[in-house]
Structure formats: C-alpha cells, structure tokens
Design a protein around this ligand. Structure first.
Ligand code: NDP
Ligand SMILES: O=C(O)C1=N[C@H](C(=O)O)C[C@H](O)C1
Length: 267
C-alpha cells in the first residue's frame, strides 16, 4: 500500500494530538503539515513533541494553504473555524476529512458544495461503534414505527463547545428520516415548567456536560410496558482518531464528492 501524506488542521487540539500520534505509529501514513490558528501559543513547536510521540520534524504553522503538498487534510477544529477555511480548502484542492461538529443546515450545505470540487469525508463521529449504532437505530426505528416515544441523551466533557453533539443530531436525523419526521419541527431540546403531555411525534434531545467524559450517547425508545435503550460509550478518543486516519487513507485519490463513514467502513 502506498504511503498517505496527511496534513492535520487543529493539530494541537485534543483530537489533533491523538490523530498525530496514530499517524506517527502507522507505517502507511506520514504527517506532512500541522496547522493551528494565528493566535496559537504552539506555533513553531514540533507537533510530535507536543503530541507525545517524539520529534516528527513538522513545526506547527498557521498558513493553511501549506496543506497543498499533502495527499489528504484532516480538520478537527470546530464548525466556525472549518467554515472560515472552506475557500482555502477549495483553493488547496486537497481531499479533506472533516471531523468538526456543530454545523447548522446552511453550513452543512456549504460543505456539500465544497464536495462538488474536492473529495470530502464529513462525519460527526468516526468510531466504528457509533457508525454501527447508527445502523442499529435505523433498523429499530423502522421496526417500531410511531408506537414508542424517542429520547436521545448525550454526555461529554466540560470543554466541549457545541451542543447537542453532532452524533446526537445525526442519531435524531436517522430516526426522523426513517419515521418521516422533521427535526426542525419535532426535536425538543429542553423541558422545564408546566409543559403538558408529551406529543407522539417529538424527539427529545438532551445534553449533559461534565468532567472528562469522552463521549456517551443513548437513544431510548419508550413504549407501553417496555423500553429499548441503545447506548454507545467511548472510553478513549483514539476510537475517533483511528477512524479519522482510516478515512484519510481511504480518501486518497478519490473523485470529488461527499462521503460518510458508512462509505469508508463499507457499512
Ligand atoms: N467526528 C468525530 O469523530 C469527532 C469530532 N469531534 C469534534 O472535533 C472538533 C474538535 O474537537 P477537540 O479536538 O476536542 O477540540 P479542541 O478545542 O481541543 O481542538 C481544536 C483545535 O483547533 C485549533 N484552532 C483554532 N482556530 C484554528 C485555526 N484557525 N486553524 C487551525 N486550528 C485552529 C484550536 O486552537 P485554540 O485552542 O487555540 O483555539 C485547537 O487546538 C469539535 O467540533 C468536536 O466536536 C471531536 C471528537 C470526535
Ligand atoms: O467534542 C467531542 O469530544 C466529541 N464530539 C463529537 C460529537 O459532537 O458528536 C463526537 C464525539 O462524541 C466526541
């Protein structure tokens, strides 16, 4: 298998460092650029030393156009930063893996538009387990129809900036599509006070933030006399990081288009 040269955008972040580490351990990948924002205190430092895998001779830079010598770029920065860089990604013309979350409908459309020009893997969760969970949810929602009330609960670390998580929103979207519901109309994000009886169609999406929780998602299907709970718990960020590196290797040399982790994992 030929080597995949990868540029990491958001390299000094929680995910960026773990992805860097896994790239350094994989004989089929090399890190070729490490990008951070202009105000980053890490500019000029060797990313390998920061990520704990020893010197990689790749200094952290703030010029994103320098990704253009790489086979693939991976972006784990957050929605606002990813969006602000879409024109530069188009200009660089490098296949792109986007792990950032927190995009609204219009922002998602902007990424879909970028994928007309370059190949893009765009997925709110790159772990194998979560993507299998998505498949299970689709199957369960299709089988139970409208007879069960649906609630989604997600929990993450105190540093996470967006809510609900991209994964929880994707779970809701999968279930809503299967049941012909509409997230804009049917999602309920918070309840308080004299709210009255629950409606049949609503999909509750609740957020918990605290400590160092890596990422936990539960979809509850609550019926009369029984309840199904489908839970995924991540205990290490490496599960997402491994998926991102797999996606980068898979994306190298593909045609322009929007791809998901289902494409990457063959699910
Ligand atoms: N798809 C998936 O499987 C997963 C997705 N995520 C998502 O990935 C994103 C990042 O998560 P996480 O690593 O925890 O967050 P972090 O805040 O730890 O990392 C983001 C990094 O991007 C940096 N950054 C800020 N501005 C720029 C810029 N202009 N150019 C390049 N880098 C910049 C930040 O620097 P600074 O701190 O100085 O602002 C920071 O180092 C989130 O949206 C999260 O939800 C997370 C885990 C899994
Ligand atoms: O910010 C995180 O940490 C995570 N974000 C992703 C999301 O918003 O779904 C995926 C994972 O749960 C970790």
């Amino acid at each position: 298998m030929s080597n995949t040269n990868i540029a990491m955008v958001g390299a000094a972040g929680r995910m960026g460092k773990r992805i860097t580490y896994l790239i350094s351990e994989d004989p089929a990948t090399s890190l070729t650029a490490a990008v951070e924002g202009t105000d980053s205190p890490f500019l000029g430092q060797d990313i390998g030393e920061l990520a704990g895998c020893g010197k990689l001779n790749v200094d952290i830079i703030d010029d994103i156009l320098k990704i253009s010598g790489s086979d693939v770029a991976i972006d784990f920065t957050g929605a606002a930063v990813t969006l602000s860089n879409l024109d530069k990604y188009r200009q660089a013309g490098v296949p792109l893996v986007i792990g950032s979350t927190g995009f609204d409908k219009n922002e998602t459309a902007a990424i879909e538009n970028l994928a007309k020009t370059i190949p893009v893997v765009f997925a709110p969760n790159m772990s194998l387990g979560v993507n299998l969970t998505f498949k299970i949810l689709e199957m369960v929602a299709g089988a139970i129809g409208d007879d069960f009330d649906i609630e989604i609960i997600e929990a993450h670390h105190r540093m996470k900036k967006d809510a609900p998580s991209g994964t929880a929103m994707k779970m809701a979207e999968i279930i809503a599509n299967k049941l012909k519901r509409n997230i804009d109309r049917d999602a309920v994000f918070c309840r308080r006070g004299l709210i009255g009886e629950r409606s049949d169609k609503e999909i509750g999406i609740q957020t918990i933030r605290g400590g160092d929780i890596v990422g936990e998602h539960t979809a509850m299907f609550c019926g009369a006399g029984e309840r199904i709970e489908i839970t995924h718990k991540a205990s290490s960020r490496d599960t997402f990081a491994k998926g991102a590196v797999t996606a980068a290797k898979w994306l190298k040399g593909r045609e322009a288009g929007l791809y998901s982790m289902f494409d990457v994992l063959g699910l």
